[in-house]
Design a protein around this ligand. Sequence first.
Ligand SMILES: C[S@@+](CC[C@H](N)C(=O)[O-])C[C@H]1O[C@@H](n2cnc3c(N)ncnc32)[C@H](O)[C@@H]1O
Length: 276
Amino acid sequence: MPRAAGKRGRRRPTQAERADRHVLYERAVQNVDFEVEFVTDTFKALRRRRPHIVREDFCGTANAACAWVRAHPRNRAIGVDLDPDVLDWGRRHHVAALTRGQQRRLQLIQGDVLKVRTDPVDAVLAMNFSYWCFKTRPLLKRYFKRVREHLVDDGIFFLDAYGGYEAHQELREETDHGRFIYVWDQAEYDPMSGHMTTHIHFKFPDGSRLDRAFTYHWRLWTLPELRELLDEAGFSRVTVYAQGWDEARDEPSDTFEPVERLDADAGWVACLVAEK
Ligand SMILES: C[S@@+](CC[C@H](N)C(=O)[O-])C[C@H]1O[C@@H](n2cnc3c(N)ncnc32)[C@H](O)[C@@H]1O
């Protein structure tokens, strides 16, 4: 046996080599059960009925769409993403774990959210700031208009945003998740255009790293800009729900409440609720 193929040639793969970047992303960034609950409860409070059909734009691994069909036997979801590889990952990991009945209530479309045509839905979700890939007012307004066209008459569009003075800085923020450290890297920000480049890296206890597991080229949109564009796109009412603060734990809480104004904090996360 050639030596390289024998025992002495073998090296145990590092934690980074064994890791799956989508699994790490979902653990560090997403909370799809909370999203499903927030969309359901907020829709019911505003419309006095339960929403059943949602479209998850920029769905990536379709984690939220799968959670939606799991949440209620009448729920249906459509997931839209440009990238066939991430959709394929979602099919193998999330869709495969659904029951046949749940799978029948889910549709995944490889397509551009600016062009896709879908059945009218109760709610469209654009989460984790993905729509910030549209960097000009005309493009973002076009997207908002298309979303509105695909909503039923009492439909609602849910989209999130973040800000605060630290959002305008080039910085790295680390969060320890026990088996890995999540690194949010605001690598470049140009105040002139608002364009930013951000990366997600992961670091592991054995010292290995997954650098630039994800990279985004975005525009840092502000709440006044987003509210104006949603208004111009024809939405009748836009309400901002801000993430609460857990005083006991001294960290952001799991609740989002409608607010009229926000504190000028270092960092905040909000959800915009735009009613057709
Ligand atoms: C931040 S990731 C997914 C985030 C996911 N929605 C979440 O909540 O974590 C952004 C996704 O948007 C997709 N994407 C970017 N531009 C798109 C477009 N014009 N139409 C559809 N998907 C797009 C990318 O392929 C990528 O999977």
